[in-house]
Write a protein that binds this ligand. Structure first.
Ligand code: GTP
Ligand code: MG
Length: 399
């Protein structure tokens, strides 16, 4: 069960271990976590689905280590496993790429390194199993020549292994564990901020959804006065306040209603818009929303959601956005839905992709989807921006 006191996985630094089958990936994960987290065996293809292990690494903060299936896995099942490894690649912030010292051909490792470089993901080149073969000059030279990287030589039973890998990861970590603030550009100390959070719509029993929790925490860190209400209590809360809130952050689903009720001097935005600025590129999402004006009944739209929950009756992605889109464009507008890690590799049939805020995904994963859309010339916007656009209030929204 998830521990409510620990950082959610989506905000952790994702460190993935890649290599061929049997190269020692799981042994390395176990050494780094000092636990038998992942199954180790001499049989090739022991790790099938990626193994995720949350861990706190000094100097890197809350991380999740990902052990993957070998990228050389063969056969029908093997190619499904490679697909999952490719998915882990998209989530990766830092990579560890293994070169097995007992091997002689490294074509696959070179191909994988090129993928990491193309996606701008920093990685460590690690020569594994050096207790079995310490003469690695050729491999080191090959890595240096191809990638201008100095490889680290390790074996799984090495005493200082965790320390060594951690120190090297700290050196290549471009994120420098930089915490991205959700509200940074919008508020100052002592500002009153009103949160409109209609609980009946989408909240799980007895708790708040992640974007709301994260936003409240961020506002408290910025020393704001936070007032939280459901939609019907907006007026009572406004009356109780000595001055209008500086900012109102609403659930996107009640955007138009809150816009009508809000005092003129209060700025307005939504949780999903703020989250999309942290997770993706909100300016690009806002620009992409203009594509909505060019849709007609022959257009195709893809709606992508990170959560795989069973659709709710007033579900924002499955019901509300399609209803608003069809009202504007026409009843025959073709809309496809995907959820979780499903995302078509060929997007060229689509005129627009509309993505959820991605609170269950990390930033690297959202950016990889944005990159995929861009590389195929398809615009990608997000739920909050889309609702604001369809409600004709995007121009009055802050982000
Ligand atoms: N001598 C030696 N053996 C190692 C080392 N690392 C791993 N092994 C052995 O190599 C075999 C494969 O190790 P794993 O850690 O399961 O390799 P993997 O890359 O996770 O393999 P798959 O899950 O099949 O892709 C096991 O028998 C390990 O005990 C090492 O540094 N030295
Ligand atoms: Mg394994």
């Amino acid at each position: 069960m998830a521990n409510l006191n620990s950082a959610p996985r989506s905000v952790r630094l994702h460190i993935s271990i890649f290599g061929k089958t049997n190269s020692g990936k799981s042994s390395l994960l176990n050494a780094l976590t000092t636990h038998s987290t992942s199954l180790v065996s001499p049989v090739k293809g022991t790790t099938t689905d990626p193994v995720y292990k949350s861990i706190e690494l000094y100097g890197l903060g809350p991380c999740v280590l990902i052990d993957t299936a070998g990228f050389d896995d063969k056969g029908e099942l093997g190619s499904l496993r490679v697909k999952k490894t490719k998915d882990a690649l998209k989530k990766t912030d830092l990579g560890i790429l293994l070169f097995d010292a007992t091997e002689t051909n490294f074509d696959k490792e070179i191909q994988w390194a090129q993928k990491l470089i193309k996606l701008e993901k920093p990685f460590l080149a690690v020569i594994s199993k050096v207790d079995l073969n310490n003469d690695t000059t050729m491999i080191e030279k090959m890595i240096e020549d191809n990638f201008n990287l100095k490889a680290i030589k390790v074996y799984s039973k090495q005493e200082n292994l965790q320390h060594l890998i951690r120190e090297e990861l700290i050196k290549i970590n471009k994120n420098k564990a930089k915490k991205r603030s959700i509200v940074e550009n919008l508020v100052e100390k002592d500002d009153i901020v009103m949160l409109v959070m209609p609980q009946q719509i989408n909240a799980p029993e007895g708790r708040l959804i992640l974007p709301q929790v994260q936003t409240i925490r961020d506002l408290l860190d910025h020393h704001c006065v936070v007032v939280s209400v459901c939609t019907n209590e907006i007026e009572s809360a406004l009356k109780a306040l000595v001055k209008p809130p500086k900012l109102i952050i609403t659930d996107s689903q009640v955007f138009p209603l809150v816009y009508k009720k809000k005092p003129q001097e209060s700025a307005l935005t939504s949780f999903s818009i703020l989250l999309s600025a942290v997770k993706g590129d909100v300016k690009k999402f806002a620009k992409a929303a203009k594509a909505i004006d060019n849709l007609d009944e022959n257009s195709k739209v893809l709606i992508a959601e990170a959560c795989t929950h069973a659709p709710l009756t007033e579900d924002i992605g499955r019901i509300q956005i399609p209803r608003l889109l069809r009202k504007k464009v026409g009843e025959n507008l073709h809309i496809d839905f995907v959820s979780g890690t499903d995302f078509p590799s060929n997007l060229t049939d689509y005129n627009l992709v509309i993505h959820c805020a991605g609170c269950m995904f990390n930033r690297s994963y959202m950016l990889s989807r944005l990159m995929e859309c861009e590389s195929q010339g398809i615009e990608m916007t997000n739920y909050g921006i889309c609702i604001a656009k369809l409600s004709n209030i995007l121009d009055f929204v802050d982000y």
